[in-house]
Design a protein around this ligand. Sequence first.
Ligand SMILES: NCc1[nH]cc(CCC(=O)O)c1CC(=O)O
Length: 309
Amino acid sequence: MILPLRLGTRGSPLALTQARMVVAALTAAHDLAPDAITIVPIRTSGDRIQDRALAEVGGKALWTKELDRALFDGDIDFAVHSMKDVETVRPDRIVIAAMLERADVRDRLIGAETVSALPPSACVGTSSPRRAAQLARARPDIRTVLFRGNVATRLAKLGAGEADATLLAAAGLDRLGHDTIGHAIATSEMLPAPAQGAVGIETLGDAQDIRLMLAAVDHRDTSLAVVAERAFLAELGADCRSPVAALMARDGTDWRLRAQILSMDGTLCESGEAIVAGDDPDAHAAMAANLARALLDRAPPALRTLFAP
Ligand SMILES: NCc1[nH]cc(CCC(=O)O)c1CC(=O)O
């Protein structure tokens, strides 16, 4: 391998922090000098489009396309992503080679201690259809307004009074050092997005040396959980712009997947869970796909038709 290796990433403060976590993990695992890996920031379509809800933006791969291209062109050796933002269907030549240990999977509410403590008709800023739908379901009186931009931008909008409260992933807040901001919401109350809190590293399928190097920092339980959550999302034909929640976690000697699909306005909702034994990713994916089909079967037709499996 030719040093330094080049790690592609988005350029947001959170993405750069996650990239530094990847560099730290890899240099520690392989006893490399800190400068053996160079961080290469790359601007994606998702970063460029700031004025619209991403759910309204056509086209896929908003956060990945430019990084995929850099991999294909040989401009970088691997790329780091928030797994939450990675489409379930990836280009053939790209593999998810490793995931770092998952952080706190919960959402945090900033501006009130709990959802029920929000004032009547409160205004909550979010760009996430899942969070908006879950909020509307718990509190039909609440209005949501579009909050886009990176974590600092959203906190600044809240500070400027553009909303009474906002919801952000605990993982992102913690990584940026905002560990005392907001109040964590239990997953029983607000189930997180598939893959929330997980950082993944992708490379080209035929880059054997790189794949081996990355595999050394893979956190197996994180990968196992995220594979199942993404299989659930994939079976629905959904992506990170869909009102879908899923969380796979160990439960004694088994694994339990909890999942939820909603309509955008939160009026329609179907949730359920399934259990699988053992650590076989294929068995996990099959169980997750079964759960997705079961939820669709049970869902009222008006909800079912929102998903196109
Ligand atoms: N879609 C934006 C995004 N992608 C990943 C994270 C947080 C970090 C993570 O979940 O790993 C965030 C911000 C947020 O939801 O608050």
